[in-house]
Design a binder for this molecule. Structure first.
Ligand code: ADP
Ligand code: ZN
Length: 536
């Protein structure tokens, strides 16, 4: 560490005296001073970047109470307790409180005895809360998890839409909106919807150099996970994300049976169990939390050593946010994802059967495609992630090398092969089924046809009479699954409907007419753990 420049001024004084830190991180100081001067700010900072101080310090320096709007009701008590331990006068208002507690907090606010007051977004829509705020002095509004205002995002909260009224009702109070996840489109949406058009934007680097990104083919996911935990993370704390409650339960049970201290967390558990498991995870060492994505927002545990996904996240934003919970302390950590063809089929199905209009489904599909592209890339994962967030990755690269040195594709560059002929074989199978038989089938049957398998279903539909029967026996079944996945990821094939049947796309014909070469990533013999090489 180089010696920090001398600090002075009220912000630095509070940083030292109250929080016990000697220096600001990144753009904290600029943000804090801009707010103290009465400016509005939109802050994008990765998880663990230090967003909280950006509004906590101005709340202490400016006259009045800093109002923090947060959707994380379950964490308010913890956040307030932590601040009180530092001697900050903090309180919260939400639906979990009893009436007398609420009254007391309200009186403290009106009497000017609070530095900070945490409020749930739904609370601000209530006229009585608005009248209450009129009776006290407001130092600033901090809108945490601001991406919740985005209707296209994965955490949309309708109550956030009302927050544009803050500016109308209290035009002189500075506002700061913060989020760890936003593409430039989401950033614009946040600014517009929160009426923050004049706000200064601060964007911290989204790179997390200590996280090693790895995406592997899904074979026996629970076994693969167990291997990872035993060989690379014995005794480490970590989070395992699963899509469904049932798979959370099964996976947690499996890990426990195999001697790993694992706890389940999903919305189907009663709130007591959830709270207990969460607080054990935060306070005890080396626990593995197996959870749906309901778990994690706002969780501040610095030593999470790995985040594993057993199912494909719905978007790159979600993936980035969830993996970002690893390694907040800056120590080497692993982000590991197992993904297979079934994930793609399942998610397409969910999108097709989802409520919402065409535009909504198209948006979900676009998010999924970006996620698939990240999975199938033969280039540096980090570069692709950063590019998604509109950030140049060259600073994240090891000097003199073409990649980051700390993701699977950089550590063990994937072999690629010319899959044009294989693609043609697969696409013509889909085409023939449709043209000659008027039928649509899923990936499994198409692959069986190519491999020339005589299953009951093949005989039943007389698929052995098709001219494409058996023309793909030069590849293994797992290679064919890889071909299907990659064609899906490249938009050269589509899955449709309730049964996940394969269908051609407009772009398929370019392959069938041999106008286009299709490069593919070779399926590994077995997934082996790459050796870690620290980026910096
Ligand atoms: P975020 O909300 O962006 O995820 P936090 O505000 O919770 O991140 O900060 C992450 C961790 O970094 C916390 O433990 C916090 O105390 C610590 N931190 C933040 N700013 C500083 C700083 N300037 N110096 C040292 N530690 C800091
Ligand atoms: Zn890389």
């Amino acid at each position: 560490m180089t010696s920090a420049p001398p600090l002075s001024g009220p912000a630095s004084e509070v940083l030292n005296r109250v929080f016990g830190y000697s220096a600001f991180r990144g753009e904290q100081q600029e943000i804090i001073e801009h707010l103290i001067d009465g400016g509005d700010a939109l802050v994008l900072m990765p998880t663990g970047g230090g967003k909280s101080l950006c509004y906590q310090i101005p709340s202490l320096v400016r006259e009045g109470t800093g109002i923090v709007i947060s959707p994380l009701i379950a964490l308010m008590q913890d956040q307030v307790d932590a601040l009180r331990q530092l001697g900050v006068k903090a309180g919260f208002l939400n639906s979990t409180q009893d009436v007398s507690e609420r009254r007391r907090t309200e009186q403290q606010f009106v009497a000017g005895e609070l530095d900070m007051l945490y409020v749930a977004p739904e609370g601000l829509g209530v006229p009585s809360t608005q009248r209450l705020l009129d009776q006290g002095k407001i130092a600033l509004f901090a809108i945490d998890e601001a991406h919740c205002v985005s209707q296209w995002g994965h955490d949309f909260r309708p109550d956030y839409l009302n927050l544009s009224m803050l500016h109308e009702r209290w035009p002189d109070v500075p506002r700061i909106a913060l989020t760890a996840t936003a593409t430039s489109a989401t950033r614009e949406e946040i600014a517009t919807r929160l009426d923050l058009v004049g706000a200064r934007h601060y964007t911290a680097s989204f790179d997390r150099p200590n996280i090693q990104y790895r995406i592997v083919g899904k074979q026996e996911p629970k076994r693969q996970l167990l291997d990872l935990l035993r060989t690379e993370h014995p005794g480490d704390a970590g989070i395992v994300y699963c899509l469904s409650r049932a798979s959370v339960e099964k996976t947690a049970e499996f890990l426990v049976q195999n001697g790993i201290a694992a706890l389940p967390y999903h919305a189907g558990l009663d709130s007591g169990t959830r709270a207990r498991n969460q607080s054990r995870f935060l306070r005890e060492d080396g626990l593995v939390m197996v959870a749906t994505i309901a778990f994690g927002m706002g969780i501040d545990k610095p030593d999470v050593r790995f985040v594993a996904h057993l199912d494909l996240p719905k978007s790159v934003e979600g993936y980035y946010q969830e993996t970002g919970r690893a390694g907040r302390d800056g120590q080497p950590s692993t982000a590991w994802l197992a993904y297979g063809l079934q994930d793609v089929v399942q998610q397409r199905k969910m999108i097709e059967t989802s409520d919402g209009d065409f535009a909504h489904r198209r948006n979900l599909a676009a998010h999924l495609e970006a996620m698939l592209a990240l999975c199938e890339t033969v280039q540096c994962r980090r570069a692709q992630l950063l590019a998604y967030f509109g950030q140049d990755s060259s600073t994240a690269f090891v000097p003199g090398e073409t990649g980051c040195g700390n993701c699977d594709t950089c550590i063990t560059p994937p072999e690629s092969w010319d899959g044009t002929v294989a693609a043609q074989k697969l696409l013509s199978t889909v085409l023939r089924l449709q043209r000659e038989r008027g039928q649509k089938f899923g990936a499994g049957q198409s692959i069986d046809i190519l491999l020339g398998k005589t299953t009951e279903k093949i005989t039943q539909f007389r698929h052995h009479e098709l001219s494409v029967f058996g023309i793909g026996s030069d590849l293994r079944e797992q290679d064919w699954r890889g071909v299907v996945r990659q064609l899906l990821a490249q938009g050269l094939l589509a899955v449709e409907g309730e049964y996940g049947t394969l269908a051609l796309t407009d772009a398929s014909s370019t392959v069938l007419r041999r106008e286009r070469q299709v490069m593919m990533r070779r399926e590994p013999e077995r997934t082996k753990a790459p050796r870690a090489r620290r980026a910096s």
